[in-house]
Design a protein around this ligand. Structure first.
Ligand SMILES: [Cu+2]
Length: 183
């Protein structure tokens, strides 16, 4: 979070920022959520206080890496630790952050720093071991990556909607879908 972000966001107005912040999370939690602005030090300015424990923060579309976010309490602990550059996050149980409005991210390979769009995602904040979990550490457009793998900030970075696919309810007909692959 840069000072630049706060300045640009101040010009946008509270109503606009609130509306955009709420795109970050699922509709099941938006109605009762708190909406705040966050400064570069993680200090919150409340726009709207809500009854559930999820906090929505607007990002800035003009700045790479500043996505709209919906954080739960442990997600907030983790994110503030990251902002403060603590060597290790201090969340005592897994947190979660929704970034369902998508994001852009700095490239780690391109000298001209072309932003990579990474789309809707959500994160489970716990230092999973990629190898043990059998998960990739490389950016993908769907599925799960262990991001910041091998560091205390490692987390499950999950693309696309958690509500993809169909639910099974008692009495529903089963459709087995399988794919074959050539050896
Ligand atoms: Cu992530």
């Amino acid at each position: 979070m840069s000072c630049e972000k706060v300045a640009v966001n101040q010009a946008a107005g509270t109503a606009t920022l609130t509306r955009r912040a709420l795109w970050a999370g699922p509709s099941a939690v938006t109605a009762d959520a708190t909406v705040t602005e966050m400064d570069p030090h993680g200090n919150l300015t409340v726009f709207r206080s809500g009854k559930n424990r999820r906090v929505f923060v607007p990002g800035d579309q003009e700045i790479v890496g500043h996505a709209d976010m919906a954080l739960d309490p442990m997600g907030m602990v983790w994110f503030k630790d990251l902002l403060a550059r603590k060597p290790k996050p201090t969340n005592s149980s897994p947190g979660s952050i929704y970034i369902l409005n998508g994001a852009t991210q700095r490239s780690f390979t391109d000298p001209f720093d072309t932003p990579i769009p990474i789309g809707p995602q959500w994160m489970i904040l716990w230092p999973f071991d990629a190898k043990a979990a059998g998960l990739s550490t490389v950016m993908r457009d769907a599925g799960t990556t262990v991001m910041f793998s091998g560091t205390p900030y490692a987390h499950l970075h999950i693309r696309r909607s958690p509500w993809e696919g169909n639910e099974y309810h008692r009495g529903d007909r089963r459709t087995w879908t399988m794919r074959y692959e050539r050896q």
